[in-house]
Design a protein around this ligand. Structure first.
Ligand code: SAH
Ligand code: SF4
Ligand code: F3S
Length: 484
């Protein structure tokens, strides 16, 4: 499913760039073909993704370009071209990459033709690149988040060279449209609406590694969505670090609510999701749009980070607990069946027992469907890292466990309330639980549901009735009477 798109985007400069990269892709294809023929079987590749939806979408672009260059995808990492698309939002994301590079070296010793590439957010940090240059000389290519669209050019260089190539840009360039891309799923897709972030929450490294906020042109976004729907996609997730500030960098006056309305009117688009929303910028207009269009899913991921006003101020979040609560009230009044999920950080510098207790009781009061709990992780160069009053790791551990216990209990109660009620599921893939195979998918509220079926349910949206828990996280369902 490679998407070769006609070059009709609005910006002359980026159209020229697309043309150049397509020409490098042609050169890469020649090189790959020659090597495959010499060897007698095709060259293979594997892309491993760490981190968020943004990275997942970038990996689809890299995969699209490698397929267009003639490589064949392989499930395992013993391939001829391996890319690690990295994340650095927390230290443990970083450590995973170093840990696995050792394995890759083992593969490379068996296959000297193998090329190893590292890209993504971690590579935007100087210390990481120095460490790799010094301790991992077998890595062939290092590039960052700003020059992914130059990948065809880098691919040609790496195929023609034996030395390590490093190409990291400090600043972002133009948004380049229309390069090949693939989709992991035939029926759902992420669509970037903006890149970067300007919020500088004091704990967060994303603004440093993803650069300043910039929005894509609405016509480019709509064109991509329309094309996806024509191609069979029924669910689209609009992606950005802070989708609620969409449009601020564009000349045309347009808000995220305006864009969402446009996307929601695309014929045959069944489901729309978006992430991430920042509570500061969530407008009443957006709530109204969410409530007015049936194809906008009643699910909102609204990161709270902390339930203490002192902590929220120290985190530079620009909202209070009272503001968050009023948003929740307005959302629930307008969209009664909405599910709310969130992110919470525990053990931020200076967080006391009292402040943590406030977060815990606030979370209990809101009744989130799911809470992603993160132990605060020090990120080099961020203001919170310079705070001398860091919370000891064991305390972070206890707070994290306490909050996880609450969320497990509340999620279970939430799922239990769905038992016996007809709901609509988009079935995505087959999965095994305790030796039996099930089709699994999400409801519009993002509840995971499984159903037994001998015929394939992939890509089908069906009314079902959850009957019991299959596991703590998954509900087992039967077909609704309405379709029998
Ligand atoms: N742009 C999104 C979040 C991106 S990062 C937003 O603003 O909501 C995803 C989550 O990782 C954040 O919501 C936060 O909870 C967590 N996170 C970010 N930096 C972190 C750090 N240094 N330590 C622990 N968790 C962090
Ligand atoms: Fe990080 Fe805050 Fe930007 Fe989210 S909004 S990416 S948490 S700086
Ligand atoms: Fe990680 Fe980069 Fe996303 S740091 S969370 S992959 S934007």
């Amino acid at each position: 499913m490679i998407d070769f798109k006609e070059n009709v985007n609005s910006n002359q400069k980026t159209t020229e760039e697309t043309r150049q990269q397509m020409s490098f892709l042609g050169q890469a294809k020649e090189l790959v073909k020659e090597r495959s023929e010499r060897r007698g079987y095709p060259l293979t590749f594997h892309v491993t993704t760490f981190g968020c939806q943004m990275n997942a979408r970038d990996s689809e672009k890299l995969t699209g370009m490698l397929l267009a260059a003639g490589y064949v995808e392989k499930e395992t990492e013993d391939a001829d071209f391996v890319i690690y698309n990295t994340c650095t939002v927390r230290e443990n994301a970083n450590n995973k990459v170093y840990g696995r590079l050792g394995y890759l070296h083992g593969y490379k010793k068996q296959n000297p033709q193998m090329k190893i590439a590292l890209c993504g957010c971690m590579m935007q940090e100087d210390v990481v690149v120095s460490k790799i240059k010094q301790s991992y000389p077998f890595v062939d290519l290092i590039f960052g988040t700003h020059n992914i669209y130059k990948f065809p050019e880098l691919l040609v260089s790496v195929l023609e060279s034996e030395s390590q190539i490093v190409d990291i840009w400090k600043e972002h360039g133009d948004i380049v449209e229309d390069l090949p891309s693939v989709r992991k799923y035939p029926f759902k897709s992420g669509v970037n609406i903006m890149y970067g972030c300007n919020n500088f929450c004091t704990y967060c490294i994303v603004p440093y590694v993803r650069g300043r906020e910039r929005s894509r042109q609405p016509r480019d976004i709509l064109r991509e969505c329309e094309r996806l729907v024509k191609d069979g996609v029924v669910e689209i997730m609009l992606l950005g670090q802070n989708v609620n500030s969409y449009g601020k960098t564009l000349q045309q006056e347009i808000s995220f609510a305006d864009l969402l309305k446009e996307v929601a009117t695309i014929p045959d688009l069944q489901r729309i999701r978006f992430m991430t929303s920042h509570p500061r910028d969530l407008s009443d207009e957006l709530i109204e749009v969410m409530a007015s269009y049936k194809n906008i899913c009643p699910h909102l991921h609204l990161p709270l980070q902390s339930g203490s006003d002192t902590m929220l101020a120290a985190m530079n979040r620009h909202y209070t607990k009272a503001h968050y609560l009023s948003l929740v009230d307005r959302l629930r009044a307008a969209i009664p069946d909405i599910t709310l999920t969130t992110d919470i950080i525990v053990g931020f510098p200076k967080e006391t027992e009292k402040e943590f207790a406030e977060t815990l009781s606030f979370a209990e009061q809101i009744r989130f469907y799911e809470i992603h709990v993160f132990k605060y992780s020090r990120r080099r160069g961020t203001p919170a890292d310079r705070d001398p009053d860091q919370v000891p790791e064991p305390i972070k551990g206890v707070r994290s466990d306490t909050l996880l216990e609450l969320t497990a209990k509340q999620s279970k109660e939430f799922r239990a309330r769905r038992i016996g009620k007809e709901t609509e599921v988009l079935f995505e893939e087959e999965k095994e639980y305790e030796g039996r195979r099930y089709w699994i998918g999400h409801t519009r509220e993002y509840v995971l549901v499984a159903m037994r079926s001998v015929e394939s349910l992939e890509n089908r949206i069906l009314p079902v009735v959850p009957t019991e828990f299959l596991t703590g996280e998954v509900l087992l369902a039967r077909t609704a009477d309405s379709v029998l």
